[in-house]
Design a protein around this ligand. Structure first.
Ligand code: PEP
Ligand code: MN
Length: 338
């Protein structure tokens, strides 16, 4: 449940209500708004003490949070969460652009793409160092060497970086070299990995599982928030459906759903949804039009030679065009490119 304090309640009043909550053996989280403070109450004895808390003079109201996820819900926190990644901020009225190669293949390749992303107005540099490939015979990533490359390029071009952490074994090294940790679609329900990533207190890009519902995705986010890390960005990257004209189906309708149910920012990844370059631009624009707080796309200087996901990676020219068009659509829906 959430305890809504009266407008402009003093800090003493807030302290007193928190003490009452502790007497009931609940945990509490403070959510400070511009004029009103809300105290989130967590515990597994639903609603015990509700009437008592409601009767306190400093309290305006006590409400139940009806969804299974609590900390991730809009009921719990109304204002949009802004996620800070180095110099970049994701969420609110901005649209952020995250771009980079599918896999980090070499310093030269990553540097070329990094410069393109920066020059076009991108906000974050992405790249995979540990690749979750369907086949064990496919390129598995450069590992730690790849992390060192993206770290160096990020610093040289002035962009924070995001890299997927595929396993708890590589957590420490990912934390050392990157600004944001990505949890991939295949690991969305790997709860051990989610908790360990959360505890690093790095911002987290959580990709929706390719067969996960909205509810399951927000419960996965809840695992991270429940560790005390509220810096979570959700990512719609396409789901498995019966159609065979596309790799995955970008679930555009998930974006307004996430925005309504949760305060967390949500971005789209049209590259992994489409699997084909020509669909990336229209799907990216559709995502922004539907309310996405950002777009993540793959860019490669020479996609024919790419070691992974060649057919979906954009060439630098197309990426520049994409950013220009995202800017126009963002304005049309009352947002601005960061
Ligand atoms: C990626 O972004 O590099 C990736 C592997 O994506 P996904 O987990 O969505 O397949
Ligand atoms: Mn990829």
């Amino acid at each position: 449940m959430i305890v809504i304090m009266k407008v402009n309640a003093s800090s003493e009043a807030i302290d007193r209500v928190q003490q009452e909550i502790e007497k009931l053996s609940y945990e509490h989280h403070l959510i400070e708004g511009a004029t009103r403070t809300v105290i989130g109450v967590l515990g597994n004895k639903p609603l015990r003490g509700k009437q008592h808390l409601q009767s306190l003079p400093e309290v305006a109201d006590v409400m139940e949070v009806s969804s299974p996820y609590k900390l991730a819900s809009r009921e719990w926190k109304q204002a949009d969460t802004i996620v800070k990644v180095g110099s970049a901020s994701i969420g609110g009225d901005r649209v952020s652009v995250i771009a980079g190669p599918c896999s980090i293949e070499s310093y030269e390749q990553t540097k070329t793409v990094g410069e393109v992303v920066k020059a076009a107005g991108g906000n974050l540099l992405r790249g995979g160092a540990f690749k979750p490939r369907t086949s064990p015979y496919s390129f598995q990533g450069l590992g730690e060497e790849g992390l060192k490359i993206i770290n160096q390029v990020g610093k040289e071009v002035g962009l924070p970086t995001v890299v997927e952490v595929t396993d708890t074994e590589v957590m420490d090294v990912c934390v050392e070299y990157t600004d944001m940790l990505q949890i991939g679609t295949r690991n969305m329900q790997n709860y051990t990995l989610l908790k360990e990533a959360a505890r690093t207190m790095k911002p987290i890009l959580l990709k929706r599982g390719m067969s996960a519902t909205i509810n399951e995705t927000l419960l996965a986010a809840e695992y991270i928030l429940n560790e005390g890390n509220d810096q979570v960005v959700l990512c719609e990257r396409g789901i498995r459906t019966f159609v065979d004209h596309t790799r995955n189906t970008l679930d555009v309708s998930a974006i307004p759903a996430f925005n309504r149910l949760s305060h967390l920012p949500v971005i789209v990844d049209p590259s992994h949804a489409a699997g084909k370059r020509h669909k990336v631009l229209p799907l990216a624009l559709a995502g922004v039009a539907a309310g996405a707080h950002g777009v993540m796309v793959e860019v490669h200087p020479n996609p024919e030679q790419a070691l992974s996901d060649g057919p979906q990676q954009l060439v630098p020219e197309d990426f520049k065009d994409l950013v220009d068009r995202i800017r126009i659509v963002a304005q049309a829906v009352g947002r601005e490119l960061d």
